[in-house]
Ligand binder design. Structure first.
Ligand code: AMP
Length: 144
C-alpha cells in the first residue's frame, strides 16, 4: 500500500495556519476540523513548520495562558518530516513509531498534497489485514 492509496480515500485537504496566526487561532482551527495538527504555511502550499496539540500542551505548561496570544511560529517544529505519494505506508509507519510523531505532510513536486496521520496508517494496516484474511478464508473454503 502506498501513501497515494490513503490520499485517494481521505482526500488531499490539509488544514494550514499562517506563521503569525496566534495559538488561540490555531486552537480554533484544530477544534473546527476535529484534528490534532496543522501545517504552518504562509501561502497554503509551502511548508514553514508543523504544530500539533502536543506542542500547545507542552508550551502551555511552560508559559501559561499568555501562550494563547503568541504566534504559532514560536512553538512550531521547523524541521518537518514529509513523505511523497509513492512512498510505502509501511515505511512511514516505521518512521512515525521511531520518531514519535503522528502527522506527516505529503509533498508532491514540492507542493503540499495531503497529510497522513497515525490514525490513517493504523486504518490502512487493519484494512490490509482484513483483506488478507478474507482471501485466506476464501482459499481454504475452496480447497477440495
Ligand atoms: P505529534 O505526535 O504529531 O503530536 O507530534 C509530536 C511532536 O513532533 C511535536 O513537537 C510536533 O511538532 C512534532 N511533529 C509532528 N509531526 C511532525 C513531522 N511530520 N515532522 C517533524 N516534526 C513533527
Amino acid at each position: 500500500m502506498r501513501i497515494r492509496d490513503i490520499l485517494r480515500r481521505k482526500g488531499d485537504a490539509v488544514a494550514t495556519v499562517e506563521p503569525d496566526a496566534t495559538v488561540r487561532q490555531l486552537l480554533a482551527v484544530l477544534a473546527e476540523h476535529n484534528i490534532g495538527a496543522a501545517v504552518v504555511s504562509p501561502d497554503g502550499a509551502a511548508i514553514a513548520g508543523i504544530v500539533t496539540e502536543r506542542d500547545v500542551v507542552r508550551r502551555m505548561h511552560d508559559r501559561g495562558a499568555a501562550l494563547l496570544d503568541q504566534p504559532v511560529s514560536d512553538i512550531m517544529t521547523t524541521e518537518v518530516r514529509t513523505c511523497g505519494p509513492a512512498d510505502k505506508v509501511e515505511d512511514l509507519r516505521r518512521t512515525m513509531t521511531e520518531q514519535r510523531f503522528r502527522h506527516v505532510p505529503v509533498l508532491d513536486d514540492g507542493r503540499l498534497a495531503g497529510i497522513v496521520s497515525i490514525g490513517d496508517v493504523v486504518k490502512s494496516a487493519i484494512d490490509e489485514l482484513e483483506s488478507e484474511r478474507e482471501h485466506l478464508v476464501d482459499y481454504i473454503q475452496r480447497a477440495p
